[in-house]
Design a protein around this ligand. Structure first.
Ligand SMILES: [Zn+2]
Length: 202
């Protein structure tokens, strides 16, 4: 797109902490999401007042697209000292995270296995939360009802990062109860409840 090729120089000049691949990917994504505009002011981007990437939570290593938006350099600098702009940034981050969560749910609901690149970090976190939960709750060889465990894990993921659909957590449990390599097993009781147990060593 024209907008992108015009801004490539700008990106290289200002966005050194993001890889070129990220810059390119996220730019299209962010413009589609937010429009080609500054988050903080109504002035347009121009050659003398070009866009730069703004990290909504001020963590320059957090390059999730949810944490990125476009802003003027001057607005970006001003944000550091402006409480209203900080609040606006937090609100925008939350909004972006919620829409990613909605997207994750849609993907899960339609059975699409393709994951968004932007979600891979969060998927890893939620996978770790799932592992940790099973570890802690089977420490005395307890039995866990699958459905209750999944609901509890969904709650923890939601509190942690506002994502974690049931379908996603079921997938993680599936991998942890894989009959060949999983550390846990699934079995069904006479009442039809699916139970998770720690796999006993052979
Ligand atoms: Zn601005």
């Amino acid at each position: 797109m024209d907008q992108f090729s015009r801004s490539t120089q700008t990106e290289e000049k200002y966005m050194s902490k993001l890889s070129y691949k990220q810059k390119k990917e996220w730019f299209q994504f962010i413009v589609t999401r937010d429009g080609y505009r500054c988050l903080y002011c109504p002035s347009p981007f121009t050659d003398t007042n070009p866009p730069e990437y703004e990290h909504l939570n001020n963590d320059e290593k957090d390059n999730r697209p949810e944490n990125l938006c476009l802003a003027h350099h001057s607005c970006n600098v001003q944000k550091k000292y402006n409480a209203d702009m900080q609040i606006l940034a937090r609100k925008k981050l939350r909004e972006n995270e919620m829409s990613t969560f909605a997207c994750e749910r849609t993907l899960a609901d339609t059975g699409t296995t393709k994951e968004m690149t932007s979600q891979q970090e969060i998927n890893k976190t939620n996978m770790r939360i799932t592992e940790q939960f099973l570890l802690e709750h089977t420490i005395h060889n307890d039995e866990l009802v699958l459905r209750d465990a999944v609901n509890a894990i969904v709650d923890i993921c939601q509190k942690n990062n506002h994502t974690g659909s049931q379908a996603a957590i079921y997938r993680y449990v599936d991998s942890l109860t894989n009959p060949y390599t999983g550390r846990y097993t699934l079995s069904v009781t006479s009442k039809g409840k699916t139970i998770i147990r720690k796999r006993t060593e052979i």
